[in-house]
Design a protein around this ligand. Structure first.
Ligand SMILES: Cc1cc2nc3c(=O)[nH]c(=O)nc-3n(C[C@H](O)[C@H](O)[C@H](O)COP(=O)(O)OP(=O)(O)OC[C@H]3O[C@@H](n4cnc5c(N)ncnc54)[C@H](O)[C@@H]3O)c2cc1C
Length: 439
């Protein structure tokens, strides 16, 4: 299924409840009231589909990339909150007990304590729920604590909205629309079951152990796993996994990391990990042979199946990991296409795999361009940032439009490099990128 099919599927999911409510042929009750109901129907659909968008389904992540699906998840959550908050305030009909001459409630809104309480509570929870997600970085919770709270909060809100809709929704409480909600609720529940029960169960049967762990650059570790019996996962160069070292597969203690080794290096699967927080700073204490689990592969940062006369790999810091996997696989396959690796770091101590990169540039048609923003004395490589003048200099003024440009690194660097490439005439469909941010 091509990625563009996902957009019409999403739009169809949004429109379906509106169509089903029109199909009920209830007496009209004024545009404003129906608009209020319509907003609620769309908001509820968004909330339910959010479970799938955040559910790490390969069918989605392989097509649009996990970072894009997460960005949609965030954007749509903001949309849902606006619609949900607006909806009760748009009603002009009064909340009143059912009137005998108005069985379809064309003139009134249902006034039942359970219905109103569920809706009000859902709304009251939704606002802090979305705000704590948007401002999560400013909160002092551990990521795992926040994720647990986010999951419980999402379940609670959706449960309350379901009660609200299925008890008292003028359109939602009956007929095909009620069946539609039950189906979407079942899909949301199934996606939770899949991520938190079925996947961990299958991981139990594919255990790995830490084969080696080495600090290879400033605050940067190389972690290599090997299967603990069984086969190593298959993947495409450039993909990432959720890595759990030393915990049960049912634990939420797992983090996304790109695979830095090549598919051709299997059964060993290696990672390049930078110390930034509690898990990554504790890597030094991991004992060899500690068990590990991986959920994957995910992501679409891969050159497989894409036409290109040459490959440009542009990495910021530890963003080298997936690009290293691509370069290593090209070497493994004897791929003769030219490669340029632009590798930006702050200092020389942060450069990882320097010797291997030198070796690669001798063994294959690969040029490595190190760029340092704080170069040491005597540094003969490039200096500054990976910006338009830098890329113009590296690619001889005009990057080849028939090449593929694969970018990975921190969000700021990615934005700058993508804009620079476009400014230099590279078409957007020749640029592949992945942000190391997933929330
Ligand atoms: C697709 C992808 C690929 C990545 N590949 C690499 C890589 O190859 N090498 C590397 O060093 N880093 C990579 N990262 C970043 C890496 O996931 C975080 O640095 C790491 O999770 C930080 O964990 P921590 O507990 O040490 O820090 P914390 O202080 O807990 O977290 C720092 C930040 O990392 C992110 N983060 C933490 N835990 C999770 C989690 N469970 N799920 C999602 N995000 C989380 C959050 O944005 C958080 O604010 C990648 C991220 C993504 C999204």
């Amino acid at each position: 299924m091509p990625s563009f099919v996902l957009i019409p599927v999403y739009i169809a999911l949004m429109i379906t409840p509106l169509v089903l409510s029109f199909g009920q042929d209830l007496p009209a009750r004024g545009l404003r009231n129906d608009l209020a109901s319509g907003l609620a129907l769309v908001a509820f659909t968004i909330l339910l589909v959010e479970f799938v968008l955040s559910g790490r389904f390969r069918v989605i992540s392989r097509r649009i990339g996990s970072d894009v699906s997460m960005r949609w998840h965030q954007l749509l959550a903001r949309g849902a909150i606006v619609l949900a908050v607006a909806h009760p305030f748009l009603y002009s009909a009064p909340y009143a007990p059912a009137r005998p001459w108005d069985p379809t409630r064309a003139e009134t809104l249902l006034m039942r304590a359970d219905y109103l309480l569920a809706g009000t509570l859902a709304l009251a929870l939704l606002v802090p729920f979305v705000l704590t997600a948007i401002y999560r970085d400013q909160l002092s919770y551990r990521y795992e604590t926040w994720r647990r709270m986010h999951g419980i909060g999402a379940g609670l809100i959706v449960g309350l909205v379901a009660v609200h809709a299925l008890i008292g929704g003028r359109y939602s409480a009956q007929g095909p629309l009620a069946a539609y909600w039950v189906a979407l609720l079942a899909i949301a529940a199934a996606s939770l079951l899949f991520v938190y029960a079925l996947k961990p169960l299958s991981q139990l049967r594919h255990r790995y152990r830490v084969a080696s762990l080495e600090r290879i650059a400033e605050r940067t570790w190389e972690v290599v796993l090997e299967p603990d019996g069984g086969e190593a996962m298959t993947f495409r160069a450039g993909q990432f996994v959720w890595l759990n070292i030393g915990h049960s597969p049912f634990s939420l203690d797992e983090n996304p990391f790109s695979i830095a080794t090549a598919p051709g290096d299997r059964p060993r699967i290696g990672f390049l990990i930078k110390e930034v927080g509690d898990f990554t700073r504790s890597l030094g204490a991991v004992e060899p042979a500690t068990h590990a689990y991986i959920d994957g592969p995910h992501g679409h940062l891969t050159i497989d199946g894409r036409q290109a006369d040459g490959i440009a790999l542009i990495a910021g810091g530890v963003g080298l990991a997936p690009l290293m996997s691509i370069a290593r696989q090209m070497r493994h396959d004897g791929d003769s296409r030219p490669v340029v690796l632009v590798y930006g770091n702050r200092t020389a101590e942060q450069i990882a795999y320097r010797a291997e990169l030198d070796d690669m540039s001798r063994a294959m048609d690969m040029r490595v361009e190190h760029v340092l923003s704080e170069p040491p004395e005597g540094w003969s490589g490039r200096t500054g940032m990976i910006d338009e003048p830098q890329l113009a200099a590296i690619f001889g003024g005009r990057p080849d439009p028939r090449w593929l440009y694969v970018l990975c690194g921190p969000p700021g660097m990615l934005r700058a490099a993508e804009n620079a490439l476009r400014g230099l005439g590279v078409a957007p469909n020749r640029i592949l990128s992945e942000r190391f941010v997933y929330d």
